[in-house]
Ligand binder design. Structure first.
Ligand SMILES: C[S@@+](CC[C@H](N)C(=O)[O-])C[C@H]1O[C@@H](n2cnc3c(N)ncnc32)[C@H](O)[C@@H]1O
Length: 230
């Protein structure tokens, strides 16, 4: 069983961190099954449910999870999960559009704690959290092949707050557009490696002859954040 890379180690660290609750954790798009294997072996979760919608990754998961307290289901995202069946859920290694599509297909099957690792456009995941009554619990950058955002969200009532879109305290006292794009907790933490990466990106974008709308917006946001930085 290959060891988890830094990206999935970061995801694992945000799932039932105390390791004390009898958690049933679902992993959609489990592929190699490594995340659930690691969580079960470390006794961080009591039971795992892996979901795959392609034959070879489904087989990979079945093999990896043999003899562990886990079930592997073949199907499309939450379609093969019952309401109330999961304590927590992860979806990792996909584009944010696919992640949001999976979450929005069956909102009543999304558990109270969700850990998401989009490969691109992590702002779409934050926007989903805001409109769906989930508060940001934690977010970290996993410095792997790329800087991967790992985003942990809790249903607002569980996090001890109101579900309204404007009520997530993580977004208080911070520029909203920049917070959606880069992450409010990541911005507030202002890690030197993250700051250096933003400076590099700004220099790169400024050097391009022509910038499309999205990149123009991104450069404006980076410049605003750098100007306000400590
Ligand atoms: C790039 S892999 C990521 C594997 C693993 N989660 C990781 O982060 O290393 C994405 C996996 O998600 C599966 N997948 C994509 N959409 C899915 C869906 N709607 N339901 C179940 N599995 C899905 C794919 O078959 C693929 O194995």
């Amino acid at each position: 069983m290959p060891k988890l890379d830094i990206r999935l180690k970061t995801v694992a660290s945000l799932i039932n961190p105390g390791g004390d609750a009898p958690v049933t954790h679902g992993d959609i798009g489990s592929d190699h099954g490594g995340l659930l294997v690691s969580l079960l072996r470390d006794k961080r979760i009591a039971r795992g449910i892996a979901v795959e919608n392609k034959p070879q990754p489904y087989e990979n998961s079945c093999q990896a999870l043999t003899a562990l307290n886990a079930e592997v289901r073949f199907g499309d995202g939450l379609a093969v999960i019952e309401p109330g069946e999961l304590s927590s859920l992860s979806i990792c290694g996909m584009g944010a559009e696919s992640i949001v599509k999976i979450l929005e297909a069956f909102p009543d099957r999304v558990p109270d704690h969700v850990i998401l690792q989009p490969n691109r456009q992590h702002e779409l995941v934050r926007q989903w959290g805001l409109r769906s009554g989930f508060h940001l619990h934690e977010e970290q950058i996993a410095w792997g092949h790329w800087p991967y955002a790992v985003i942990s969200l809790q249903r607002a009532e569980i996090a001890g707050g109101d579900a309204g879109e404007a009520n997530d305290p993580a977004y208080a006292d911070i520029d909203h557009q920049a917070a959606i794009l880069f992450g409010p907790l990541i911005l507030k933490r202002w890690d030197p490696k993250f700051a250096a990466r933003l400076r590099e990106e700004a220099a790169y974008l400024r050097g391009l002859k022509q910038l499309s709308g999205d990149y123009k917006h991104r450069l404006q946001q980076i410049q605003k954040v750098l100007a306000a930085s400590p």
